[in-house]
Design a protein around this ligand. Structure first.
Ligand code: FES
Ligand code: FES
Length: 148
């Protein structure tokens, strides 16, 4: 068994040689992180490890032992959405929402590093998150509003 700290809760999990994405979804029932490409290109599997966005499809769960793992399920607090989630809703920053957990987590990390990112900084930071529905303009507006 391996000790994983997920959304502030310590969990003992049989991780085997599975990816962090697989363990989150299949062992812990945290299905907010999605499998898209499976090869580190699309960002749908993004989680934060010690505050940094990573592609959980590329990381073995064992490598995350002892580190702080934040998934989309841990972003809201006491039934109140995180301000990033709220602003994505207000700006209609999704259609199917398959990409949204990854975008929200990357945005949380971006705003921690840079509270008022300009358009270029937003595009650069989120270059690893893809949206097949093409919601980019509304995502951009939502993040600009957060930094205003
Ligand atoms: S599923 Fe991990 S980056 Fe696409
Ligand atoms: S809202 Fe559908 S993939 Fe982004």
């Amino acid at each position: 068994m391996t000790a994983l700290k997920v959304n502030g809760i310590d969990q003992d999990v049989d991780v085997g040689m599975h990816t962090l994405l697989a363990v989150l979804r299949n062992e812990l029932g945290l299905v907010g992180a999605k499998e898209g490409c499976g090869i580190g290109v699309c960002g749908t599997c993004t989680v934060l490890i010690d505050g940094e966005p990573i592609s959980s499809c590329l990381m073995l769960a064992a490598q995350a032992a002892g580190r702080d793992i934040l998934t989309i399920e841990g972003v809201a607090h006491d039934g109140t959405l995180h301000r990033v989630q709220q602003m994505f809703i207000e700006h209609g920053a999704f259609q199917c929402a398959y990409c949204t957990p990854g975008f929200v987590l990357s945005t949380v990390a971006l705003l921690r590093e840079n509270p008022s990112p300009d358009a270029a900084a937003i595009r650069e930071y989120l270059a690893g998150n893809l949206c097949r529905c093409g919601s980019y303009p509304n995502i951009q507006r939502a993040i600009e509003a957060l930094g205003a």
